[in-house]
Design a binder for this molecule. Structure first.
Ligand code: PGA
Length: 232
């Protein structure tokens, strides 16, 4: 059931999102809920591997992922917004004084804070390092983007995160986006659901609504990190 604009009928939407998408999904839900009052939302935030498990177990109506599962589970997917990953360093870090764009080789020598295995973000940047025959100098593993941000700001190391993770504090705060070769890694999000599953009208409406917000999300990113326009 979808609640109409008069808010007469009620609907339910259970979302499962990867951790990079938690910086945007609540705003989408707020805007969507404004159009369709009366819908009850739940949102589970997990890493990629855990979201794949939730799809396999049929726990949610719709999922947001940074990469469509290949073999693990059969899904339908719709691309909907940009999710660029960049190198983040504490403001004034020695890497910022090197000639730009800073090479991945230089970045690989700095103490690196890595996400837990099962993270799609981690997959994406480890693939890049491997393609260049490099390995990051890992000093700590942390299972949260927020913990990584605090660790970067505390000077424990550098890392690679979604630009969206700076949505609230912006790029002028304690964490600086490093201008680096091979970055941003231009990833995308996808709305995903199990193949053959009939979407509820609430889930279908949310999917259509999210796709319609693509330009808004790109504009928000460009506002947050204007350099992105050189990479689009
Ligand atoms: P994650 O997010 O790193 O939390 O798994 C995944 C993604 O954006 O693919």
């Amino acid at each position: 059931q979808i609640a109409d604009r008069k808010g007469i009928r009620r609907g339910k939407l259970r979302l499962g999102v990867v951790t990079t998408a938690k910086y945007i999904a609540p705003e989408l839900l707020a805007a969507f809920g404004g159009q369709f009052p009366g819908i009850e939302f739940s949102m589970k935030v997990s890493n990629r591997d855990e979201i794949i498990q939730r799809i396999q177990n049929g726990e949610d109506d719709l999922y947001v992922m940074g990469q469509v599962p290949d073999d693990e589970v059969d899904v339908e997917s719709v691309p909907f917004a940009l999710n660029p990953l960049t190198v983040m360093v504490p403001r004034g870090h020695p890497l910022t004084r090197l000639e730009k764009p800073v090479s991945l080789a230089a970045i690989s020598k700095a103490p690196f804070l890595i996400r837990e295995s099962g993270s799609g973000t981690r997959h994406a940047y480890l693939r890049l390092f491997a393609e260049k025959n490099l390995r990051p100098h890992i000093v700590m593993e942390l299972s949260s983007n927020e913990a990584i941000k605090h660790a970067v700001a505390s000077g424990l190391g550098v890392s690679i995160l979604s630009i969206h993770s700076l949505a609230l504090e912006g790029t002028g705060g304690p964490i600086e986006v490093l201008e680096a070769e091979d970055f941003p890694i231009l990833r995308q999000w996808f709305l995903v659901y199990p193949k053959g599953k009939h979407l509820s009208s609430t889930a279908q409406k949310f999917l259509d609504f999210s796709v319609s917000q693509e330009q808004f999300i790109t504009d928000r990113l460009l506002h947050l990190w204007p350099e992105l326009r050189h990479h689009l």
